[in-house]
Design a protein around this ligand. Sequence first.
Ligand SMILES: NC(=O)C1=CN([C@@H]2O[C@H](COP(=O)(O)OP(=O)(O)OC[C@H]3O[C@@H](n4cnc5c(N)ncnc54)[C@H](OP(=O)(O)O)[C@@H]3O)[C@@H](O)[C@H]2O)[C@@H](O)CC1
Ligand SMILES: Nc1ncnc2c1ncn2[C@@H]1O[C@H](COP(=O)(O)OP(=O)(O)O)[C@@H](O)[C@H]1O
Ligand SMILES: [K+]
Length: 498
Amino acid sequence: MRTAFAVDQIRAAEHALMSRLPEGTLMTRAATGLAVLCGHELARAAGRVYGSRLVVLAGGGDNGGDALFAGARLAARGARVVAVLASARVHAAGLAALKAAGGRVLPDVLAGDETWIAPVRDAVAAADLVLDGLVGIGGTGALREPYSALVSLVNTEAGGQVVAVDVPSGVDASTGQVEGVALRAGLTVTFGAEKSGLLVDPGAEYAGRVELVDIGLVPYLDDPDVVAFGRADVAALLPLPDRESDKYRRGVVGVMAGSHRYTGAAVLAVGGALRAGAGLVKFAGQREPVDQVRVHWPEALITELGGGVSVHDVGRVNSWVIGPGMGVGDDSLEIAREVLAADVPALVDADGLTLAAREPSLLRREAPTVITPHVGEMARLLGVPREHIEAARLEHARLAAERFGVTVLLKGSTTVVAEEGRPTLVNTTGTPFLATGGTGDVLAGLGGTLLAAGLSCYDAASCAAYLHGLAGRVASAGAPLVAGDLLTSLPEVFASIG
Ligand SMILES: NC(=O)C1=CN([C@@H]2O[C@H](COP(=O)(O)OP(=O)(O)OC[C@H]3O[C@@H](n4cnc5c(N)ncnc54)[C@H](OP(=O)(O)O)[C@@H]3O)[C@@H](O)[C@H]2O)[C@@H](O)CC1
Ligand SMILES: Nc1ncnc2c1ncn2[C@@H]1O[C@H](COP(=O)(O)OP(=O)(O)O)[C@@H](O)[C@H]1O
Ligand SMILES: [K+]
């Protein structure tokens, strides 16, 4: 399991650790680790450290100090290092070390004219590696000048590897938010512990690959702010059938999905539930989706609603999945009320969430509830513009979890799972090829089966996101996928988790 922390947690741990060590020890550890990793990058890109070209961007805080000391170490190994100073108050000892090792300083960025632009651009374009020590965890708000101009220049002109020191400048280390410009790194070398903002978009996208340098902070950190499951975490939670299993013990999933317009949603949600290992799937819906589910999944038990047949006729289930393609009319609202009145865990998706935005009491249940909104559905539920949600996924997923008292799986480029009292989970599997109609329906079925098998909402949502993302990768292999391909890939994914 990967763990990540917010800036105030890092600061508290840093404070506790620093009080036991001679001054400067942590920066020495950080800069040493940074220089080693940059050395590897240079060896890979330029074939060697000696003679390679390095540009160090240094801001006015300790982030700049780290970069200058790392630059000094690489200069001592024969790299040709030039520094660009973005503040009048750069780390004095770091700058002195760089100069003593043979590093040079480029023309004054702060002079107030534009004479610095051409030499800095040429140096950045020719560099084998650019080291971003402008702003780290001390950054607040959108980057100011000249930082933002330097970052824009590196983003457009860098010909070689770009390495962010601790955090890409312009990315909020706690939230991953970017106001204005931020540095696009190929590698982020972070110190002590991962920062939450490196795991969640947009920050994660700017960070590139993340390498951690251990500086001894771990014993001083409290519970993580954010976690990411790995294969072993999912394997430990996934229920596997044993000799005593029968279909009822494995879990009976009720699926309420589809409508005459959206028949496919029903087929995909039932497929997701079956392929995740449900003992039994009971499908309830209108005639058209019923006909389609019958054709595609003879394994499902079917209840056709209407004509005096209601949700009660479905009988006992261990969990409900409700929403994909079910429609948002008054009939659907009545059905949603009946389904969500059941005292079993429920996963509410898609149209179920549009109905809940209209009638929030639908989500006020005693039994455990997972909601799986995409950004548009989340915008309706919270009444905020979707751009705000995309910019601050952690914040809005947590807000919805608190406001509705449910577990929230917010879908999208970074899927996050939020539940009060638990670290927010960030899913690291997946592929942008999942952005195609119907893939969310498969996820809903998958999550419903894990709930029926007895997993908590948090575990079911987190495992479902992980498995769904892997299925996307297997199905896509770099090419477009269709939602049905996920169902074909799921057996391989489950087998690989073992
Ligand atoms: N944690 C640890 O254990 C260890 C941490 N270490 C390192 O310390 C780093 C934190 O250092 P830090 O506290 O000095 O802050 P830092 O990130 O350099 O930023 C402050 C500077 O940025 C500027 N600035 C801020 N916002 C800005 C904006 N929007 N636009 C423009 N400028 C902006 C701000 O300017 P000012 O507001 O002063 O004008 C000031 O100059 C951390 O990331 C890691 O690298 C390691 O050395 C050892 C172990
Ligand atoms: N850019 C992206 N990168 C990775 N996964 C994505 C991206 N966009 C969407 N997804 C995933 O694709 C799925 C889409 O689900 P959803 O929006 O509900 O579609 P539908 O309603 O058509 O089934 C979700 O699992 C979501 O996390
Ligand atoms: K930085």
